[in-house]
Design a protein around this ligand. Structure first.
Ligand code: ATP
Ligand code: MG
Length: 720
């Protein structure tokens, strides 16, 4: 038997060797779905002889993409690893080749949150808005929601309107929402920037207006494979459906019990109805779990068994017995963190490595107490959440320098022209802005043109130009990691951090250099600076994973698809996990699936902890219902819970469930349905907000969409 098939069970082998047509794998956590996917890629390439560049493999994390590339390279000895990427990264690749169809340059920018914030800053200043009108994070959410639901065709404006026309729309806007939205679209277009939400929209648009390009990609992608299909959303689904329409070879894997992104538009129906959407679907099921001990699986099965709306399936253990799942109730968050620190030290004494230990939590804020205690106890840790790694000041500054070398764009220029200080302050920047506006050029070119002007005497502006010019000439000939080192030195940036004594920032830079180096090694010859820059905006916290021997801290969402020997799931309190935003039974089932994802990350041991205390609104924090959802004899309590705490907590959970039953009189309508509201009149449901128990409705006689609670009187429109 081929090497690629050994190390797989019978179902996995079927999945791997059935290469033609529509194949669906539905299987539980840790049952080897991702392994099957990656072996299948290898099988296609090595056994059948398919060119990697004719295969698209969509992974959920950049991390598994890297691993897969590595494997393919080992097998073929070739740098061509085909298209192994996330949906968004793949879209960047398509756009790099074909974005000129919509009159964008191939050197378009991929924007991340801090770029968006920089643009918001400009808009707020120009239009006299303050954070009291809207915080940046609210503004980002507002823009995202408008792009996804309220103005889904916005991109047509971005593409078809000229700078001037977009600018006018922005200037004419009166309400804060509109000012921000149009101002942002204008800013985006001005630097040919695309954010996360634009990428798929642009690709779908290009495919719909240009048949030749669509057919080119359809023909190129002979085989398409998709991991974590239970969390695919409408746009991704449409993209994938277009792409597979020529060769009709589509392989998907997913687990309905791990749908955790419905709040962002994911829909498990695409997995469940796959056989109705596509012809002659073969379905492979796999239930044996190769990741976790029977104890961990029993607890996970018991937990998820509480969900009513699911297909019953149990994970079957294959590994030998291990230790019981431990539950610890602490009096305070600090005591909880200390207990965890103590257990970790015990594990290390017994031979575990710190990097084998991962702490998971529902929400970022939980990590603060842990960090405090770990610092005191001198327990090294790495956080994979909180401020996005690539959004940190020092990383963003460095990236801006790199971008300036390639694109000479205004955003980057504004960010680093005067960092470190070059005496290019507000007055001189204003001078450049005026010049640029008059001459319709970038700030960088404005500086080039006016460098001999009196105003730049006694500044280091000339040195900045020389620096960027110098690197612009040579960057294509040196590896990015080398370029980075010389850049940080010659720009004086690293020296500035050293003078400031910001050790943490220097450490982050070191970690950044390491990640660039790893990126370079993983992507081989195709690794150009342009490529790196357009993909880096899509990288996430886990992509900076260092080999450091330290405890890992991350949210459950970040941990999706990963596995760790020892897992602590902490902050298991009502109002935290399940989150206090959980208002309906459907939302509660999603929270429970999220807890299930957390449980099933653990290989050898799982620890559940919670802490007493009060929420911000003064309400009491009871142990999470998810603890009581697990059969008591499957958990080893470190101490029995107080009877009065138990009574109160039972009462709390009971009343919360009753409340939710009331709220969840089920959504009677779906997006797309025409309805009549007893007061406002006719409209169309364009979205469903399960957390808030509300519809998003675009009424015919209102300009913008509204959230309408389930309490409202709504009926189906007659005759439809
Ligand atoms: P998740 O739902 O969490 O994404 P998964 O179904 O993708 O899980 P994998 O990550 O592919 O599961 O596999 C889980 C673990 O089991 C991995 O460590 C993998 O190497 C191992 N494994 C998978 N299949 C087999 C097998 N047939 N024999 C032995 N080990 C296996
Ligand atoms: Mg997986």
């Amino acid at each position: 038997m081929s090497d690629i098939l050994t190390g797989l069970n019978e179902q996995q082998r079927q999945a791997v060797s059935a290469t033609e047509g529509f194949i669906r794998v539905i299987a539980g956590a840790g049952s080897g779905k991702t392994r099957a996917l990656s072996h299948r890629f290898a099988y296609l390439v090595n056994e059948i002889g398919i060119m990697p560049s004719n295969v698209l493999c969509v992974t959920f994390t950049n991390k598994s993409a890297h691993e897969m590339k590595h494997r393919i390279r080992r097998l073929t000895g070739d740098n061509d690893t085909g298209y192994i990427s996330t949906f968004h990264s793949f879209c960047v690749t398509v756009l790099q080749e074909d974005i000129n169809v919509v009159q964008y340059p191939k050197s378009f920018l991929v924007l991340d949150n801090s770029d968006i914030d920089d643009m918001l800053k400009i808009i707020y200043e120009e239009r006299g808005l303050t954070l009291r009108h809207m915080t940046f994070s609210r503004a980002r959410d507002m823009i995202e929601i408008r792009k996804l639901f309220k103005d889904p065709e916005y991109y047509k404006f971005m593409i078809s309107l000229s700078f001037e026309e977009l600018h006018q729309k922005y200037l004419n806007a009166i309400e804060a929402d509109d000012i921000i939205f149009w101002g942002y679209l204008y800013q985006e277009k001005k630097c040919f920037g695309l954010d996360y939400n634009d990428l798929i929209k642009y690709v779908l648009h290009i495919f719909s207006v240009d048949d030749a390009i669509r057919v080119k990609w359809q023909q190129r992608l002979e085989y398409i494979m998709i991991d974590e299909y239970q969390d695919i959303d409408d746009l991704q689904y449409r993209l994938m459906k277009v792409l597979c329409d020529y060769h009709k070879n589509l392989f998907i894997v997913g687990d309905p019990d791990q749908t955790i992104y419905t709040w962002r538009g994911a829909n498990v129906k695409y997995l469940l109805d796959f056989d109705k959407e596509f012809p002659h679907v073969r379905t492979v099921m796999m239930m044996e779990n190769y990741r976790s001990t029977p104890q961990i699986l029993a607890a996970a099965n018991s937990l998820i068994g509480n969900n009513k709306n699911r297909i019953k399936k149990n994970l079957l253990p294959t590994l030998p017995h291990g230790v019981p799942v431990v539950y610890h109730h602490a009096k305070t968050a600090e005591a909880e963190a200390k207990w965890i620190a103590f257990q970790i030290k015990e594990l290390v004494d017994q031979g575990a490595k710190l990097s084998d230990v991962t702490i998971l939590y529902r929400a970022h804020f939980i990590s603060r107490t842990l960090e405090g205690v770990f610092l005191k106890e001198e327990l090294p840790y790495t956080i994979y959440s909180g401020v996005q790694f690539f959004g940190r000041m020092e990383i963003k500054d460095t990236l801006s320098y790199l971008r300036l070398i390639v694109y000479k764009d205004d955003l980057s220029f504004l960010r680093v022209a005067n960092v470190p200080k070059r005496n290019i302050g507000e007055r001189r920047m204003k001078f450049l802005k005026d010049y640029a506006a008059q001459n319709q050029c970038s700030l960088y070119h404005a500086l080039e043109k006016t460098i001999d002007n009196e105003i730049f005497k006694n500044t280091k502006a000339k040195r900045l130009l020389d620096l960027i010019e110098g690197f612009s000439r040579t960057y294509q000939d040196v590896p990015i990691s080398e370029l980075l080192n010389s850049l940080l030195e010659q720009s004086g940036y690293e020296a500035m951090l050293r003078t400031e004594g910001s050790q943490e920032r220097l450490d982050n830079l070191a970690e950044f250099k390491q990640s660039v180096y790893e990126y370079e090694t993983a992507s081989g010859e195709e690794c150009t600076l342009e490529n790196y820059l357009s993909h880096v905006a899509l990288l996430t916290n886990t992509d900076t994973a260092s080999g450091r021997n330290a405890v890992k801290l991350m949210t459950v969402h970040t941990a999706k698809g990963l596995e760790f020997p020892y897992v602590f799931l902490c902050g298991l309190e009502e109002g935290v996990f399940p989150s206090k935003k959980t208002a309906t039974l459907e939302a509660m089932e999603e929270e429970r699936r999220l807890a299930f994802v957390a449980f099933t990350r653990a290989e050898k041991a799982l620890y559940l902890t919670d802490a007493e205390g009060r929420n911000l609104d003064g309400s009491y924090r009871y142990p999470s219902r998810f603890i009581f959802n697990v059969d008591k004899d499957l958990l080893a309590y470190t101490e029995e819970l107080d009877q009065s705490l138990l009574n109160d907590s039972n009462w709390h959970i009971g009343s919360s469930e009753k409340l939710m039953e009331g709220m969840s009189s089920q959504f009677a309508f779906n997006p797309g349905d025409r309805i009549v509201h007893s007061i406002i009149g006719a409209g169309e449901v364009i979205g469903i907000d399960r957390d808030k128990a509300a519809y998003l409705i675009k009424f015919d006689n209102l300009r913008t969409a509204r959230s309408i609670s389930l309490r409202a009187k709504i009926e189906a429109e007659n005759g439809r």
